[in-house]
Ligand binder design. Sequence first.
Ligand SMILES: Nc1ncnc2c1ncn2[C@@H]1O[C@H](COP(=O)(O)OP(=O)(O)OP(=O)(O)O)[C@@H](O)[C@H]1O
Ligand SMILES: [Mg+2]
Length: 437
Amino acid sequence: MIPDPNYFEGIIQRLNTGIVIVDQVGHIQFWNQFMKLNSGHDREDVLGKSIYDIFPEIPQSWFQKKIDTVYTLQHMAFTDWKKRPYVFRFPTTRPITGEVEFMYQNCTFSPLLDEEKKVAGVLIVVTDITEVAEQTLAMQRLTNSLEREKREQQKLITKLEEAQNQLLQSEKMAAIGQLAAGVAHEINNPTGFVYSNMGSLGHMVEDLMAVIDVYEDQLCRNGVPEAQEAVRQAKEKYDFDYLKEDLVSLVKESKDGIERIKRIVEDLKGFSHVGESEWQMADIHKGLDSTLNVVWNEVKYKAEVEKHFEDLPEIECIPSQINQVFMNLVVNAAHSIEKKGKITICTGQRGDQIFISVADTGCGISQEHLNRIFEPFFTTKPVGKGTGLGLSVSYNIIKKHHGHIEVNSTPGEGTKFVLWLPVKQPEIETEQEAAQS
Ligand SMILES: Nc1ncnc2c1ncn2[C@@H]1O[C@H](COP(=O)(O)OP(=O)(O)OP(=O)(O)O)[C@@H](O)[C@H]1O
Ligand SMILES: [Mg+2]
């Protein structure tokens, strides 16, 4: 038995889904109970009227395009609440949390065909999707906050890794520093007395020469010829004139040598203050010179070093750490040179920044490695020669000093690193920043 058409109409009216039929220009031809309940408009009030007049909030050109598409293509069209939360602005019927003001909807637009298979109207089905939307949005918020937390944790992990790497290198530096300080201390005492003895020896040689001059003078005037002849022969045998001249310069050279040893010992002592972490105003050139002396052994067989130092003001820094960065750059430069090359060190000031550049004529860095050289443990050196921490630690030290490192390299030609550092550190670090560094 085919049920009465009113039977179906009754079902459609009671569906918990909005059913609207419009013609090609948007005039309403059908309207079910759901639409009436949610919009407050009776079926009699809307039939034959334009849907745009009943719902002025509907974006007309967008809506009309949907209808036109259905008419032209005879296909179903769809709108999703994520793209367009609501087509019809219905107040929500379930104030679930109080946060949702309007009913979220998914809508389908389907063609209704007449007997000739032509589109006679568009059936719009409006589904209330508020609950799902609510839950999805809540989930999205949760996911976002979890991701935020994850990013923060990742940042923390990176900081911890940096701190650990810095610790590793500073332990190495501290060990070298301790050794250097020990050696410096041991050499300091003997050097001290040799230096002072050399001073006395210089004076004594002068006095001795003065006495010999008197002897000679007296011998010339009052001496018997045999005595004069014996002295002349002795002088000739021992090349007295040369001896007299050379003795003075020998003592002078020795004094210079001892002075150099004293300077190296001073440098070693200065360099060994690696544990020191005091911010202070420091002369960068002094640090560069003493560090260069310390690593001289690594450098001297590989490269001649050229220095171009401009006048620099004292800068606010932790000198031992800047020395450590400089040492890493110079040692890397020396390692990059296979046989014999040149290392050029320049300094200068531009505005309130100073720069220190270290350029070498070594093997250069390939493009693919250039992106990785600041990574901890990235090294191209054989086991035992490099740990791959030098540049990563240097990067962090310079970052802590509010500066930056530039690098330029051409494989086969050489590499240039430039350190930029502010003369004065930005106003006192915030507590947070201090805790982070
Ligand atoms: N001046 C340079 N010329 C060519 N390559 C360089 C230069 N400086 C750094 N590199 C490349 O970058 C890598 C990383 O340098 P980094 O100083 O961090 O570590 P390392 O020198 O290998 O080991 P470490 O310094 O810990 O003893 C080096 O292994 C090298 O490949
Ligand atoms: Mg290195």
